[in-house]
Design a protein around this ligand. Structure first.
Ligand code: T4K
Length: 402
């Protein structure tokens, strides 16, 4: 068995290749500071700070237009958007089938709605929920399926919709990673009964903190808008138990400026993705999660790879620790699995033997740095370092085998 303890000729390599500045997994797209200052001044003078102000209204309209969707409702963050999405569809009990290979927010928002998550295994090609495994998990308490478009790669949309139609279930997508992705010419966020988007600072489009629900009808959006504002329908009318999920004017102003940079951000990420494909090609034990589908217009939100320790020479955790010494800071999205959290690990569906693909992927995955301002030569260095580590790890194992 491979351990995480590393003994090897790393010092010379680190000296040769260590980057001067830390290269983080992502950096936010920053709009012009002076233009943001101008907008802050306008907001300041107007004294209109939140509650569907003019910047909020403009961002909601411009985002819907940019994404190509009809009904979009802004939120203070993606997590609260998901909480409200479930309420909007009146799913607040029973069971929902979801993936363990996601950020904690996905499973936690089920818990906050008193719904029991039922974890389903994932597909090895994408890390998305496996439709072939979903159906056998459906029982009398099942109310919905909550898949995640992991790394912005589409789930099997038609297969999941067919299952939901056959069993009378709702389909809610956690599309936190899927901003701007199009599939078969259609925005990915427009599939299912509704989709949640995240605009956190670490996302490709950001409002610092923020999120949205893409609704499937005007009535649904109206209900969502009421729910995110305490259920207030008028000054003297509260029609239901809502919450405060509103985005404020400063966030919306930041988002309006960030939106202007999206085309250039997407183009930069496409170039970086190609640089990674070139740089990592043929490296034994390293597989890119990079579905090649001509119908997919990707956003390259993440740069996930899988490390096969036997072929690469060291395991994912060893590589993760070692890269940090080169000042390269990838992340293990998503390790640990949600099914390992103490709040869920006792659920029957959380048993590791029921989730073999997810267990393996969580052990092997590493998300390398990708963001618009990352230099292509830095990507080349990261790839070079990974080749050098593999070569050195091979030499080391030959020495220890003697
Ligand atoms: N569903 C899914 C599938 C999600 O991935 C997420 C969020 C959600 C739901 C919930 O949506 P939100 O409620 O967050 O809108 C980060 C984000 O905080 C989180 O939003 C995101 N997923 C997740 C994948 O990544 P951490 O714990 O990795 O964040 P942190 O602070 O370690 O930052 C990661 C890197 O980003 C750092 O190395 C540096 C860089 N960074 C970070 C921040 C906050 C910056 O350069 N500037 C910054 O301001 O979770």
């Amino acid at each position: 068995m491979t351990t995480n303890k590393l003994i090897g000729p790393w010092d010379a390599l680190i000296q040769q290749y260590r980057l001067d500045e830390p290269v983080l997994v992502t950096r936010p797209t920053m709009p012009s500071l002076s233009r943001f200052q101008d907008q802050v001044e306008q907001i300041w003078d107007s004294r209109w700070l939140t509650n569907a102000g003019p910047y909020h209204q403009r961002l909601e309209a411009e985002l819907a237009h940019w994404l190509g969707v009809e009904h979009l409702s802004l939120f203070c963050n993606g997590t609260i958007a998901l909480l409200v999405a479930l309420q909007a569809l009146r799913i607040n009990g029973g069971e929902v089938i979801t993936t363990p290979f996601t950020f904690p927010a996905t499973a936690h928002m089920l818990w906050w709605n008193r719904i029991q998550p039922v974890f389903c295994d994932i597909e090895p090609q994408t890390g998305n929920i496996d439709p072939d495994q979903v159906e056998r998990l459906i029982g009398p308490e099942t109310r919905a399926i909550l898949p995640v478009h992991v790394y912005g790669n589409p789930c099997q949309l038609e297969a999941l919709q067919t299952i939901c139609d056959r069993h009378g279930l709702m389909l809610i997508y956690d599309a936190a990673h899927a901003f701007g992705v199009r599939y078969q010419g259609r925005p990915l966020a427009s599939w299912g009964d509704l989709s949640m988007l995240s605009f956190h600072a670490t996302k490709l489009f950001s409002t610092i903190e923020g999120g949205a629900i893409v609704a499937s009808s005007a009535e649904q959006k109206q209900r969502i808008d009421l729910l995110k504002n305490f259920g207030i329908a008028g000054e003297e009318s509260v029609i239901g138990p809502g919450i405060n999920g509103k985005m404020n004017e400063l966030q919306a102003a930041f988002g309006l400026l960030a939106l202007e940079h999206m085309d250039e951000e997407l183009a930069a990420r496409r170039r970086l993705m190609q640089a990674y494909r070139r740089g990592l090609a043929g490296l034994p034990g390293v597989r890119l999660i990079d579905p090649s589908d001509t119908q997919l217009e990707s956003n390259h939100a993440y740069m996930p790879i899988l490390i096969d320790a036997a072929e690469y020479g060291i395991n994912r955790d060893q590589l993760f620790d070692l890269l940090k010494q080169f000042n390269i800071h990838p992340r293990k999205y998503f390790f640990p699995l949600c099914s390992h959290f103490p709040c869920y690990s006792a659920l029957p569906s959380a048993a590791p033997e029921r989730l073999p693909v997810a267990e393996r992927m969580a052990r092997e995955v590493l998300c390398l740095p990708i963001f618009g301002t990352l230099a292509e030569h830095t990507v080349a260095t990261i790839c070079q370092v990974m080749h050098e580590i593999h070569a050195a790890a091979g030499m080391e194992s030959q020495v220890s085998a003697r």
